[in-house]
Write a protein that binds this ligand. Structure first.
Ligand code: NAP
Length: 248
């Protein structure tokens, strides 16, 4: 498939940015989404085009169904959807469960869980041989938090990533006979702006002593394994949740 498209949600910054650039180098046309930072998304498109690749940036909230439909319509205009990286995700400020509002919980689950499922639904509708597609590969962003639980800080976020793990295993088994592989990458502490959005801009560096490798990971160190999972080198992998944590 010369016109194969990778949809990368939240592809304007952080891990999604690295995935977009590395997947473009691997030969995909990139359809990336962003929710508010148009300048960052445009910069990723420009970086890909400067290397001879093709990319478009689409504004939209993964938790809003009409936005997800518009994202995949844009991907269809670019070529054949062959890969999805469910990367868009949010944290919230550190809090105990007994202090969390219903609004916070709904936002967390809507973006991190419902958003990933909606995007996967659209991808399967296009990739599955059952629907006349040519197969494909999906990678979901889990987190080591799914196992550690986030006590005292973000149990809601950890639970949303636990849901991603179950979703990864279940969808992988559901669509394996239809030419689609579904895996997850579970990063440890990665040096991106997500920590600032949770009110702890220095979190990645501050927690370095707790990481066996004594440093946070980079976005590229997560993007590399994700793009590898998308590739034919991982042709017999599905339903796997791959820890990329520096040993944590
Ligand atoms: P980040 O730097 O905060 O970037 C998040 C990206 O997601 C941005 O491009 C943002 O768009 C987009 N986004 C946020 N809400 C969205 C929504 N409702 N709809 C569409 N896009 C949305 O985050 P990151 O650190 O790269 O994290 C990426 C993924 O890895 C997340 O799923 C996160 O949970 C997971 N993860 C991260 C770490 C870590 O330590 N960094 C560890 C484990 C797992 P804008 O640019 O428009 O704001």
């Amino acid at each position: 498939m010369a016109d194969r498209v990778a949809v990368v949600t939240g592809g304007g910054r952080g891990i999604g940015r690295a995935v977009s650039i590395l997947a473009a180098r691997a030969g995909y046309r990139i359809c990336l989404s962003y929710v508010s930072d148009a300048a960052a998304a445009r910069q990723v498109v420009a970086a890909i085009e400067a290397e001879g690749g093709q990319a478009v940036a689409v504004q939209g909230d993964v938790g809003v169904e009409t936005d997800v439909l518009a994202l995949f319509a844009a991907a269809d205009r670019l070529g054949t959807v062959a890969a999805l990286v469910n990367n868009a995700g949010v944290v919230d400020v550190a809090a105990r469960v007994d202090a969390m509002s219903a609004e916070r919980l709904r936002r967390m689950m809507t973006i991190n869980v419902v958003g990933s499922l909606l995007c996967a639904r659209e991808a399967v509708r296009r990739m599955s041989t059952r629907h006349g597609g040519q197969g494909g590969s999906i990678v979901n962003l889990s987190s080591v938090a799914a196992k550690l639980g986030g006590a005292g800080q973000y149990v809601d976020y950890a639970a949303s990533k636990g849901a991603i793990d179950s979703f990864t295993v279940g969808l992988a088994r559901e669509v394996a006979p239809e030419g689609i592989r579904v895996n997850a990458v579970a990063p440890g502490i990665i040096d991106t702006e997500i920590h600032a959005s949770g009110g702890q801009p220095d979190r990645a560096r501050a927690l370095a002593p707790l990481i066996p490798m004594q440093r946070p990971g980079t976005a590229e160190e997560i993007g590399g394994p994700i793009v590898w999972l998308l590739s034919e080198e991982a042709a017999y992998m599905t339903g796997a949740i791959v820890d990329v944590t520096g040993g944590r």
